[in-house]
Design a protein around this ligand. Structure first.
Ligand SMILES: C[S@@+](CC[C@H](N)C(=O)[O-])C[C@H]1O[C@@H](n2cnc3c(N)ncnc32)[C@H](O)[C@@H]1O
Length: 251
């Protein structure tokens, strides 16, 4: 049994592609549509193992990746060489973005901005994104508000088979502090082979959420304009009980 406090390291990185393998996902066409609308260099923040980045590169999009996890980037590089593409990857924190060029599109899929658990750091991240956009460039940021709040029993959220044939079961316990807008997740990874429990690894992560108007105000304060909020990857409007939002804003 091991305790791994870091996010997207160790078992979190090595199992990521069990849950997200393949080349097409719900959000694949969404980012492509906007990159087509504002053509030019794009940057994926929190690109991880290249779930979106690698298929986009294969299709000829000019997109680079940033991630703070060296392990996720290493897996991305391995997968890239297997499919014959050479991504430009930057091992940086989003809240300390310092890249030598600017972009037409910057996108942060899978609500990864919520991994920046301190509000002032998220604001710093948004300011850094603004500075790395060309005038007329766009940012695309999906976010969600947790619905299932406090759970005191382990609840299985995912399971899958690792490349060595072992089964990995992921269970979680969540707790929410509403007025702080923070959700803390404890995750348990159980690795089984031939019915035998080989390993159990616990990790902890913290997610910060934002309300719709709060996030719009944060974007406006930084200087973003033409802010639109979508209710899903088909560009549908938000409905009344929706807890998932995608923000698009221009510099
Ligand atoms: C949910 S994964 C998304 C990976 C990939 N974009 C995808 O859609 O499959 C979140 C990624 O964001 C990265 N990440 C989390 N916090 C970050 C930060 N502060 N700066 C840069 N990357 C971060 C993690 O290392 C991880 O690879």
């Amino acid at each position: 049994m091991a305790f791994n406090q870091g996010t997207y390291q160790g078992i979190v990185a090595s199992t990521y592609d069990i849950w997200f393998s393949g080349d097409r996902f719900d959000d694949t066409d969404f980012y492509k549509k906007f990159m087509d609308e504002v053509p030019g260099a794009a940057l994926e923040i929190g690109c991880g193992t290249g779930r979106l980045l690698l298929p986009y590169l294969t299709e000829g999009y000019d997109v680079e990746g940033v991630d703070c996890s060296a392990e996720m980037l290493e897996l991305c590089t391995l997968k890239a060489s297997a499919r014959g593409v050479s991504p430009v990857l930057h091992n940086q924190l989003i809240q300390e973005l310092r890249l030598p060029k600017t972009y037409k599109t910057i996108y942060i899929p899978m609500a990864s901005l919520m991994c920046v658990s301190e509000r002032d750091e998220a604001i710093r991240a948004l300011a850094g994104i603004f500075n790395h956009l060309d005038y007329g460039g766009q940012v695309l940021i999906p976010l969600f508000i947790p619905r299932n709040v406090n759970t005191d029993e382990w609840k299985v959220s995912r399971s899958g088979i690792r490349s060595d044939g072992a089964e990995v079961i992921l269970s979680s316990i969540s707790s929410v502090i509403f007025h702080d807008q923070v959700q803390t997740n404890q995750d348990k990874y159980e690795v089984l082979k031939d019915g035998e429990l080989l390993d159990t690894v616990f990790t902890t992560s913290k997610l910060r959420w934002y309300g719709k108007y709060e996030f719009i105000m944060m974007l406006e304060k930084i200087g973003f304009q033409a802010i639109v909020v979508y209710g899903g990857y088909n560009l549908q409007p938000l409905n009344d009980d929706q807890n998932f939002m995608i923000f698009r804003a221009r510099k």
